[in-house]
Write a protein that binds this ligand. Structure first.
Ligand code: DPX
Length: 560
């Protein structure tokens, strides 16, 4: 078979396990889209706008390891940078953004092009992309396409970060060499055995002297592909294991050592005490931002912490690198002795909310209780920025159940398009989304694509008539929104032939009925508008919001 630039890219995507890619058409990318369509092992999935397209690719990467979005120059790409590049960078997800670019003759020609700023320098998009990617390349010559495409994909997969390709609109159909072996994209850097041995020895010695050992799992354990090895270490140590909020579900909650979420004052019952009283705390891939530390108040540091990062290990002020996290955890598991002290007399947290009477007005607690009952080993629950985070934190998960959140980037409106992409990537899982009403208003139209692709996602639209989390942090008139009739939107999105279902739940009984209908609706999404009182939120949100507000309000240091 003869290759051209677009077909080469398609083949490479297929080889790295991509089955679907997300796109919004524009005249800079149409020929490229044709070439991608030509590959029968790749499906082209369409989005309503590029912000959503980027999030869909991001969600697909969560389900499937990596994601791809294809957008048009400038008007499309700059919109998609927020989600596909900024968001994926923050969340450590390999997402490739491919932007159609100006005709190769137009760079540096002095021509003014449509969709651009009206100036004649077309580097700005590449310069912006470089700030939020691990690799960015522009292709204006077919002959250089293979090496540039390979470089971008190789770096993206190794670093678990987004990457960017700009392909001139007159180049996609130009002939180029065929792809070489895929191993060139997937090869892992070689482990430095000497450094690994030294790190393991030092860490084992450190643990020898400790009795109260606790493991704290952070969100970077997933991009490091080390979840299994974290379990191996927990099995061997027999100690208590806590997770950070952004790593909810990254450690099996039915494991005998699991003791809940560590999140400072809003930790699961008992988890904060365990972490604070540990004389050896093994942190595996943590991300200590202001939210995670509750405004810098809950940030375990110092000599009692053995810090295991994706690319290095820090123990008693010594650092070691040159090996992947999973190899380190696996090797350490082989040499440590059991440290069961912290699992004695402690138990895993359990969400215990008594069921409400069917006629009782729906509450936040009852909604959460009913959603928790839906969780199965094959469920993915996407939780939007807002009180949905805190509701997910208190749920007990069966092993295999995934909670997806966007705790570093925290873009409201993420969950609908990302949930769409996630469902495209894993259509056989039970895909649930918890999304606040304020968030929903940013990206609502992507529900239309769930209808188009007949994805049976269930959306719990938390209708509390405002920005609940912002109200907790700092209240004002800007926290109140125009209320929509959310359930009725489904009819509009259905058009002539869709199978989307919109339902309203004002009581516990109505919520239970709506869930039954949602589970039975296999040919499209179901949106359940869960009407709860405006001031009804988790206790944790209020406590956390107060602390974060105080941190935001720290007075400036004045140097005079
Ligand atoms: C904002 C946030 O209704 O959820 O549970 O009621 O808070 P809750 P809602 O979806 O409201 C979300 C709202 C406005 N954050 O409380 S978290 C600021 C913000 C953001 N992302 C973007 N713009 C503004 N996080 C894109």
């Amino acid at each position: 078979m003869s290759y051209n630039v677009g077909k080469y890219l398609a083949k490479r995507l297929e080889q790295i396990g991509i089955k679907d890619h997300f796109a919004v058409a524009g005249d800079y990318n149409l020929v490229l889209l044709d070439q991608l369509l030509d590959n029968k092992n790749l499906k082209q999935i369409y989005d309503c706008n590029e912000l959503n397209c980027g999030f869909a690719a991001e969600g697909y990467a969560r389900a499937n390891g990596a994601g791809v979005c294809v957008v048009t120059f400038s008007v499309g790409a700059i919109s998609g940078m927020n989600s596909a590049l900024g968001g994926a960078y923050a969340e450590n997800l390999p997402v490739l953004m491919v932007s159609g670019g100006p005709n190769s003759n137009d760079y540096g020609s002095g021509h003014i092009l449509h969709h651009t700023t009206g100036k004649t320098d077309y580097d700005y998009q590449m310069e912006m992309a470089k700030q939020v990617t691990c690799a960015a390349e522009r292709i204006t010559q077919a002959s250089e396409a293979p090496q540039k495409i390979d470089h971008v994909l190789r770096t993206m997969l190794r670093e678990r970060k987004p990457a960017y390709l700009e392909i001139s609109c007159n180049i996609s159909a130009q002939e180029c060499p065929a792809p070489g072996p895929v191993s060139t994209l997937l090869a892992e850097p070689k482990t430095d055995k000497t450094s690994l041995d030294a790190a393991v020895k030092k860490s084992a010695d450190f643990l020898k002297g400790a009795e109260r050992v606790v493991i704290l799992v952070g969100s970077k354990v997933r991009p490091a592909d080390a979840e299994k090895q974290a379990v191996e270490l927990a099995d061997k140590l027999g100690c208590a294991v806590t997770v950070m909020a952004a790593a909810k579900s990254y450690f099996p909650e039915q494991h005998p050592g699991f003791r809940g979420v560590y999140w400072g004052v809003v930790s699961s019952p008992g988890a904060q005490e365990l972490v604070d009283s540990a004389d050896a705390l093994i942190t595996i891939g943590p991300n200590w931002n202001d939210y995670a530390t509750v405004g810098w108040r809950a940030w375990p540091r110092g000599k009692r912490v053995l810090q295991v990062e994706p690319d290095r290990v820090l123990v008693e002020n010594e650092s070691f690198a040159g090996f992947p996290m999973r190899e380190f955890l696996s090797e350490l598991s082989k040499v440590v002795t059991p440290k069961p002290e912290t699992t004695k007399n402690t138990t895993a947290p359990k969400l215990e909310i008594p069921a409400a009477a069917p006629s009782a007005p729906l509450t936040n607690d009852e909604m959460t209780r009913q959603i928790q009952e839906l969780l199965t080993p094959d469920t993915t629950l996407m939780v939007e920025t807002g009180d949905s985070w805190f509701n997910a934190m208190r749920m007990n998960l069966p092993n295999g159940c995934r909670v997806e959140s966007e705790m570093q980037w925290g873009h409201i409106g993420w969950s609908i398009p990302s949930g769409f992409g996630c469902a495209v990537g894993a259509p056989n899982r039970r895909n649930l989304i918890m999304c606040g009403d304020g968030s929903f208003q940013l990206t609502a139209q992507e529900v239309g694509q769930m209808i188009r692709y007949e994805l049976p996602v269930i959306i719990f639209l938390v209708d509390n008539k405002g920005y609940g989390i912002e109200i907790a942090i700092h209240d004002g008139p800007y926290n109140y929104i125009q209320n929509w009739n959310y359930a009725a939107l489904m009819d509009a999105f259905n058009g002539e032939k869709g199978h989307g279902l919109g339902l309203v739940a004002k009581t516990a009984g109505e919520m239970a009925e709506a869930i039954k209908k949602g589970l039975a609706n296999k040919k499209g999404p179901t949106l359940i508008q869960c009407c709860i009182p405006q001031d009804d939120c988790t206790e944790a949100l209020t406590v956390w919001g107060r602390e974060v507000a105080q941190t935001n309000a720290r007075p400036p240091i004045v140097n005079d």
